[in-house]
Design a protein around this ligand. Structure first.
Ligand code: GLC
Length: 737
């Protein structure tokens, strides 16, 4: 027994010692790692940790490795990476976790080449989220993809695409949030806030004026300071205010002669001085062209240099520049501190990203609900929609591989959905492809929507067969597609592959034809007058088949409003020609001063041009009345009050849009908005605060926003072209007594 007693005693002593050690260690932890004290501010923690870093630690943190596929001759990536866009190994002795960076804004991007067999939930294209005009929807989407990133081990998500749609042919419009700085800034800001809420650092990108893909790595964008501050940069300013992204990704292009990633005006003067941005600037992949100039202009981290830059600037060349005094040590310390601060601010140290289960069903629902709230009903003749599904006996489903899935955009934002590419082999199969259809087939969903009906599919290649099927069906649903992607722009606005002829033939065979658009940007619709209904779903994302069926059946009343103006044709654009688009030599420079801050609807207003569909437009299955606009200005705050009533027989949502014409300008600017859900007959009084920066001009002498004062004309309505009686209100200018 003794032995036992002896054992018990020994055991007690060991346990006691272990307990004491553990306590000591725990007590020692804050002493050894005081920066791990989450009660301190991110700034305090970054200051404490910075003191412990060697110079090599600092150089370790200011440069990431590309963690994607490499050529055999490339140097290997240091161990510990997850196949993705970027990676920095951990600094274990200091408790600094590895930095694992994944693309992008529409979900955790992956591919067979990056992470064979992995998949994630694809959000719909960026314009869908913007078209919800519902900041909560944007937050939910961001939180969903941020959560998936975290559960896959990523602590940086290269999201926050905010470039305005200046160019309707831009291949990456599907990643962004349309043409208006307030709407884009609000919606992307909320998406970023959602991502950061999951303890994942979000970027905001591509900073700035990277508004076309043609010549994206060489083109010099020309635009005046006030114009860019009141358009693209305003979208970034609002999004950064709202979302607090840990990082800003500078873009490939030049801006007024200087590369964006070594542009002192953009990075030091605007971002860090005027906006007091505390986070770090990372380059785009291949966006760095110098060491000292880039560092002194405000670049903090070089991305994937060993593969994408002409040389690795943030190592030997930067060390040389330090030695020569071209760069101060304090600047290298500042670069490192900014990186650390962003990771503390996102809670990355306390909530390390690691493998965890993902609620796929719930996440798919987030994607589908985003689509249901953001799809835009562009046309609905004789209330063709919603379909009376109980009475359906025959439905023709035509085109765009709707029997297999829904189209996604190409490039670094491409997500591999569960089940992979539903239509493999479509060209281009390599970058920026593969052309991918997410496996959420509308045909299957439409069959489930009307189980009693005969629902048949025709691919559309055989136009006569498709028209014949339509002719013998009660209703025809034609899916049309236009693939877009990173690294290229569309040559024009037309649909490819003879789809215009297909739609025309089907609509001729059956006037009860519904066209569903799967596109990244506005397209020409020569058959529009012949179509019964047109529903815009862009690249519609996860569970889209069911989302589309829910809208066509009336289970969901569409409430999307266009986040962009829809041109009739390219002659309406500031630049009808897009030199180099689709091949050929890209231009040296592009002149955005033509429209300046008058992007999109402001351009059309300034030129008295009627686009095909105006910014903010969208139909509903019910009707709404807006009225009683009042404007109150108190203590520098301006609020618009309006009553919205659902005057129809179905519940639905509408968006009250408030536009302001400031003294001395001809165009109205969106200055506030609110989405409201109303039952039939219900009415609501909405109080909508107006964003002060939209009432102000940017003063390039004061480097700030100035409300000039005078008569401000406020209008409210259902779109930029459907406004009620204006209300004029006097505002005192800034600085006036
Ligand atoms: C790309 C894109 C950027 C992306 C990065 C990493 O070239 O411009 O949006 O996040 O490289 O893939």
């Amino acid at each position: 027994m003794k032995r036992k007693a002896g054992n018990a005693l020994r055991c007690a002593i060991v346990l006691g010692l272990a307990g004491w050690m553990g306590l000591a260690m725990a007590q020692q932890a804050p002493a050894a790692h005081p920066w791990s004290d989450a009660k301190l501010s991110p700034d305090q923690r970054a200051d404490l940790l910075l003191k412990q870093l060697t110079q090599d630690d600092k150089f370790h943190l200011i440069r990431s490795y590309f963690a994607g596929p490499r050529k055999p001759e490339d140097k290997p990536v240091p161990p510990g990476y997850i196949g993705s866009a970027g990676y920095i190994p951990a600094i274990e002795r200091l408790g600094i976790p590895a930095i694992q960076e994944s693309d992008a804004g529409l979900g955790v991007a992956s591919s067979e080449r990056m992470r064979p067999g992995d998949y994630a939930t694809p959000l719909p294209a960026g314009p869908v989220t913007a078209a919800t005009w519902d900041p909560k929807a944007a937050f939910r989407g961001g939180a969903m993809i941020g959560g998936e990133a975290h559960a896959k081990g990523f602590n940086v998500l290269l999201a926050g695409g905010t470039n305005l749609m200046r160019e309707p042919r831009n291949g990456r419009n599907f990643e962004y949030a349309g043409e208006d700085p307030l709407l884009a800034g609000t919606m992307v800001g909320e998406a970023i806030r959602g991502i950061e809420s999951q303890h994942v650092v979000s970027t905001i990108k591509h900073f700035a004026l990277n508004d076309q893909e043609t010549g994206r790595t060489t083109v010099d964008v020309r635009i005046g300071e006030q114009a860019m501050r009141e358009s693209d940069l305003l979208a970034f300013e609002l999004a950064i205010e709202r979302g607090k992204p840990g990082s800003v990704m500078c873009s490939y292009n030049k801006l007024n002669g200087d590369w964006a990633c070594e542009n002192d005006y953009l990075l030091n003067q605007v971002l860090k001085r005027d906006w007091k941005y505390p986070g770090f600037v990372m380059s785009d992949w291949g966006g760095v062209h110098s060491a000292a100039k880039a560092v002194n202009a405000g670049l903090d981290q070089e991305s994937a240099a060993e593969i994408f830059d002409k040389q690795i600037y943030f190592d030997a060349p930067l060390r040389d520049a330090l030695a020569k005094g071209e760069v101060k040590q304090s600047r290298v310390d500042d670069m490192t501190r900014r990186i650390l601060r962003s990771f503390f601010a996102a809670g990355v140290f306390e909530h390390p990203a690691k493998k965890a289960p993902i609620d796929e069903k719930a996440n798919l629902a987030v994607a589908r609900e985003t689509l249901e709230a953001g799809a835009v009903l562009l046309r609905n003749q004789n209330a063709l929609l919603p379909l009376d599904v109980a009475k359906l006996e025959s439905v023709a489903v035509i085109g765009a591989h709707a029997d297999k899935g829904v189209l996604a955009g190409g490039g670094s934002s491409l997500v591999t959905a569960k089940g992979g590419n539903a239509v493999p082999g479509l060209k281009p199969t390599d970058w920026p492809g593969p052309v991918t259809y997410h496996p959420y087939a509308p045909l299957k969903a439409l069959q489930s929507m009307a189980p009693q009906a005969k629902v048949q599919f025709a691919g559309g290649e055989d136009v006569a067969a498709a028209a014949a099927l339509a002719a013998k069906s009660q209703v025809a649903v034609v899916f049309v597609q236009k693939w877009a992607g990173e690294d290229f722009d569309a040559r024009d606005l037309s649909l490819p592959d003879g789809q215009d002829a297909l739609v025309a033939a089907v609509a001729k065979a059956n006037p009860r034809t519904i066209v569903v658009l799967e596109n990244g940007s506005p397209v020409a619709m020569p058959w529009l007058e012949q179509a019964g209904a047109v529903l815009e779903v862009w690249y519609p994302g996860g569970d889209a088949g069911n989302g589309i069926a829910n809208i066509l059946s009336g289970k969901v009343n569409p409430s999307g409003r266009l986040p962009l103006s829809w041109p009739r044709d390219v002659s309406q654009l500031p630049r009808p020609e897009l030199p180099g688009a689709g091949g050929g030599t890209p231009p040296e420079s592009v002149d955005y001063a033509i429209e300046g801050a008058n992007v999109g609807y402001r351009w059309y207003q300034s030129k008295n041009i009627q686009p095909l569909f105006p910014f903010g437009y969208g139909l509903s299955y019910t009707t709404f009345e807006h009225g009683g606009l009042k404007v109150d200005a108190k203590g520098g705050k301006v609020t618009a009050t309006v009553t919205v009533q659902n005057t129809g027989k179905r519940a639905g949502a509408d968006v009250a849009q408030v536009y302001v014409q400031v003294p001395g300008t001809k165009v109205r600017r969106l200055a506030g908005f609110a989405k409201v859900f109303l039952k039939p007959g219900e009415q609501r009084v909405l109080s909508i605060p107006l964003e002060r920066k939209l009432l102000a001009d940017f003063d390039t002498v004061k480097h700030g926003w100035v409300v000039r004062g005078g008569e401000y004309v406020v209008s409210e309505g259902r779109s930029s072209a459907d406004l009620g009686a204006p209300v004029a209100t006097q505002l005192a200018g800034d600085g006036t007594k």
